[in-house]
Design a protein around this ligand. Structure first.
Ligand code: ATP
Ligand code: MG
Length: 423
């Protein structure tokens, strides 16, 4: 029965010019998300509001004629002979729930302006269809964006209220805390809505620059990427693999995780770096208890080099304090030391259980727990240092002086780019 959605978004901090950037980015992301759905949509901005209208099929297209029967009569905005085709309510709402920046999704019925009597009929039918139990309090809130409408907002609200009470005597008006707040917006068409489905919040991807996510096959880094993307940051990713020590399936798992992220963050440019030679060289030349730290330092250096070439303004990792030996405060300091770019660690204060729950919520957990080795687990020492001394680490890295620059150059030059999630 619904023919449109009103998109609500938090407006704090988006005054003036920023508002247009925010709205345009939001519209762009909504269009991207809806491409996955079968229906035809028009996303438009109208006097400070964003609407997603569901379009009718072109006249003469009878393939979707059956759906027509489920939609109440013509006064719900359907042109005679038209139909809403492949539109699926749940699928559309699910897609909109992936768009950062949306705080609420209001399903709307819109109708042509065919006089007050007709509007009353539509509103009465709307309430009957949407609420199985009408023993509820309500308030009508009318807004007139078109000043040539014959009734002013107050009169329209109270006249509609009267008509509703007549049709449904079990309802009662409560202007302070109504159970049903019925919104009527008179625009070119008249929009009717009363429900709000929560959106994911955050800011539209693309409004806050771009960052490079170090994406492993684990549980943490996809969640870290999600959290940064939610703040409006576009995400590129880098994955270090070490064939033949890590399998093609481990790499595929990372591609799948990038695809899951792309469901929220838009297309992800995934850079795959062959890390084997660097890892073997570190293994050969450095104390084994420092392997992980030195490897992580090279990952950060390489990630930063790619980030610099791809206009990223920061790095993102899934680290959290104390989770493993390489994530103690001293280890984090030792890894951080090689970067000049800011390194964002959105999970820094999270417990593992909290990260697991987040991964389940965003749909990456099942992929993350598939059992393929990632490159760190092969070369881990039995007793890795937990309090690395940066001076000593630097000194041991000098053992690599002969070949490491050439190996890093070769790894960068040989990187593979996989674009995930482009439609
Ligand atoms: P995750 O669950 O994200 O794999 P983890 O608990 O296994 O994290 P580490 O292996 O120490 O922790 O890695 C810490 C962070 O370093 C990861 O969250 C990720 O951002 C990055 N990282 C680790 N290994 C790789 C890799 N092979 N490719 C890209 N990034 C990596
Ligand atoms: Mg890992």
């Amino acid at each position: 029965m619904f023919t449109a959605f009103l998109i609500k978004y938090a407006e704090i901090g988006i005054k003036g010019k920023n508002r247009y950037l925010f709205e345009d980015a939001l519209i762009h992301q909504i269009k991207y998300a809806l491409k996955k759905c079968g229906g035809r949509y028009e996303v438009h901005k109208s006097q400070g509001r964003i609407f997603v209208d569901i379009l009718e099929e072109a006249p003469g297209d009878t393939a979707s004629g059956e759906a027509c029967g489920e939609i109440p009569g013509e006064s719900l905005g359907k042109a005679p002979g038209g139909a809403y085709g492949e539109f699926d309510f749940d699928e559309t709402v699910a897609a909109l729930k992936t768009v950062f920046g949306i705080s609420g999704i209001c399903p709307v019925v819109y109708t042509e302006d065919e006089g007050f009597e007709k509007l009353c009929e539509t509103v009465i039918r709307y309430l009957g269809d949407v609420y199985p139990d009408l023993e509820q309090t309500f308030k009508v809130k009318a807004r007139r964006a078109r000043k040539d409408y014959p009734k002013d907002s107050m009169t329209l609200a109270s006249d509609l209220g009267e008509a509703i009470l007549e049709a449904y005597p079990q309802m009662r008006v409560d202007v302070h805390e109504p159970q049903i707040l019925l919104n009527i917006e008179v625009r070119e068409k008249i929009y009717i809505y009363s429900m709000t489905i929560p959106g994911p919040g955050g800011m539209p991807v693309g409004t806050n620059g771009k960052a490079m996510l170090l994406l492993s096959g684990g549980i943490d880094s996809p969640v870290a990427g999600y959290m940064i993307a939610k703040r409006g940051v576009k995400i590129d990713a880098v994955y270090f693999h070490a064939p033949p020590y890590t399998s093609e399936r481990a790499k595929q798992k990372v591609v799948d995780l990038a695809a899951a992220l792309a469901g929220f963050a838009g297309p992800v440019y995934l850079h795959v770096i062959n890390f084997t030679d660097i890892q073997l060289y570190i293994y050969e030349k450095c104390p084994h208890e420092e392997l992980t730290i030195i490897m992580r330092r090279y990952m950060m250096r390489i990630a930063e080099a790619i980030a610099g070439q791809t206009q990223c303004q920061g790095l993102v990792t899934g680290e959290s304090i104390g989770q493993v030996a390489s994530q103690t405060m001293s280890s984090l300091a030792a890894t951080n030391e090689v970067c000049r770019m800011p390194v964002y660690r959105p999970l820094i204060g999270f417990d593992k259980q909290e990260i697991v729950e987040a991964a389940q919520r965003i749909g990456t957990f099942e992929t993350s727990i598939l059992p393929y080795e990632d490159c760190c687990t092969i070369f881990v020492a039995k007793h890795p240092v937990t309090r690395p001394n940066v001076g000593i680490i630097r000194r041991h890295e000098q053992n690599l002086a002969e070949k490491i620059d050439a190996l890093v150059e070769a790894a960068l030059a040989g990187r593979e780019l996989i674009v995930v999630g482009r439609q």
